[in-house]
Ligand binder design. Structure first.
Ligand SMILES: Cc1ncc(COP(=O)(O)O)c(C=O)c1O
Length: 463
């Protein structure tokens, strides 16, 4: 879309601007008799009265049912090709100790990518054997903590880590299971994928360098080689990229089998979800079948049996279970050069609680949730309160034209990578996270206070 165009082609003026489109909003979102939106039986006004705005709301039932659906889709698709699948929830999408407990109870494993995420995972009480640790630049402290905790897998991202992990494990008298992250040269974007000899990015090890590194790992007593790992991108809608990566990985996997065992193949995460009217995500069931078909075909071509598989979905589990509630502040009708008008609706949060629109030009959906309105739909841009013109939360959508100061609006699909990418930019305080289920709301992460902000200032005069 050209920058001067007022709206993308996929966005149409809604017939009913009060409707909560099912594939975008949590399944439990409905309107009560007065027209107010209720999430998992909890009215928006109760949530805002108790916790204020901005507020992250996670529908626990939606989270759990997505986790079950995704896990069983990947397991069934893998079983069909004579394999089985271990499903890790990618904690970078959203993590708190309560989420760790949900994941644990539902039988998923947990993938973390820093010492901080590892600390939350351990504090949440999951068996460390079910934790995988990633990261392109793990510190010695992070490696030390992961090894001493007994994590089930560390994903090696560069050669230097082989020696680091082996010596840490040796010093602790342990054998640490490891994977190698492969740079397959395949990078998937939402609707396309790019396949090159070596993708120009920081993650992973080039295919041609992997065999020597695996030989090194196998020669070390304190390391156990689990297999290859790859993650080709996020918010993926097409399986062609996964299929190409699978072909390249299986070829490498087959080569490594000639010199020793390679128990598993981890294909990462990246399954896309619907954020807006234009998105038509195929769903994890379809993608799981396509990906496992590609793995089976590649294994047949290489003449090997299908290895055990592992996956690391994040967004597909938590994305749609989250919404963010904001209070509307100022409103401006901005005349564009072609005479059309866009209504700028400012809310009390912004890029500090949802960076994705600014970082990735992500397109979210919004609705007026404190009341219904029969006013004509107006094309809006929901913007935050930060000192940045790029501080956009919802780039293109419609809200009723009578949207006013004091109304509550909700943004859908904010469960993944919003809380986790949050910041204190402009010293805004990070919002709380509330879980809703069966008519009850429960605080799972408290909001920051002004005292929290001041407490880090090392030069504050205390008297
Ligand atoms: C290594 C790895 N695994 C899994 C994921 C999860 O991806 P998604 O939330 O898109 O499923 C990511 C996301 O960046 C990742 O880097």
């Amino acid at each position: 879309m050209k920058p001067t165009e007022i709206k993308p082609a996929w966005l149409t003026s809604p017939k009913d601007n009060n409707e909560l489109i099912e594939r975008i909003w949590p399944a439990s979102a409905t309107r009560d008799a007065d027209g107010e939106v209720v999430f998992a039986g909890v009215p928006v006004s109760d949530l805002t009265a108790q916790f204020g705005t901005p507020l992250y709301v996670i529908d626990q039932t939606e989270f759990e049912s997505n986790a079950i659906t995704v896990k069983s889709a990947l397991e069934k698709a893998s079983a069909r090709i004579g394999s089985d699948a271990t499903v890790y929830y990618a904690g970078k999408a959203f993590l708190s100790t309560e989420v760790v407990r949900w994941i644990d109870r539902l039988g998923l494993n947990l993938d973390v990518s820093s010492g901080g995420e590892l600390a939350i995972a351990l504090a949440g009480g999951i068996d460390p054997k079910r934790i995988g640790l990633h990261g392109n630049n793990k510190s010695s402290a992070e490696i030390g903590r992961a090894v001493s905790a007994g994590v089930g897998a560390i994903v090696i991202d560069s050669e230097i880590e082989i020696e680091r992990i082996a010596s840490t494990a040796g010093a602790q008298g342990r054998v640490q299971p490891v994977r190698i992250r492969v740079n397959t040269g395949v990078h998937a974007d939402t609707h396309e994928f790019l396949a090159t000899a070596r993708e120009d990015q920081k993650f992973g090890i080039a295919i041609e360098d992997v065999p020597a590194l695996v030989a090194k790992i196998r020669a070390l007593n304190h390391l156990e080689f689990l297999g290859l790992h790859s993650h080709i991108g996020s918010q993926i809608f097409e399986t062609a990229g996964f299929a190409e990566a699978a072909r390249r990985l299986v070829k490498l996997h087959a080569e490594l089998l000639k010199t020793g065992p390679v128990p598993q193949l981890n294909l990462g995460g990246g399954f896309g979800i619907n954020y807006n009217e234009g998105d038509q995500a195929p769903g994890v069931e379809t993608m799981a079948l396509d990906i496992t078909d590609a793995v089976a075909a590649a294994c047949q071509a290489e003449g090997i049996s299908v290895p055990k598989l592992a996956f690391e979905p994040g967004r597909a589990i938590v994305g749609r279970s989250g919404v963010t509630l904001y209070t509307v502040g100022t409103i401006k009708d901005v005349k564009l050069s072609d005479g059309q008008v866009r209504k700028y609706v400012s809310v009390d949060g912004g890029m500090s609680d949802n960076l994705r629109a600014a970082l990735y030009q992500a397109e979210y959906s919004t609705r007026l949730v404190s009341r219904v309105s029969s006013a004509k739909p107006a094309l809006v841009r929901v913007v935050g309160k930060h000192c940045e013109s790029g501080d956009i939360v919802v780039r293109h959508d419609y809200l009723p034209s009578d949207v006013s100061n004091g109304d509550t609006v909700a943004v859908a699909g904010t469960g993944a990578y919003c809380f986790s990418l949050g910041s204190n930019y402009n010293y805004l305080q990070r919002p709380p996270v509330v879980a809703v289920a069966e008519g009850k709301a429960r605080l799972i992460v408290r909001g920051e206070t002004e005292a929290d902000l001041l407490s880090r200032d090392a030069c504050l005069e205390k008297d």
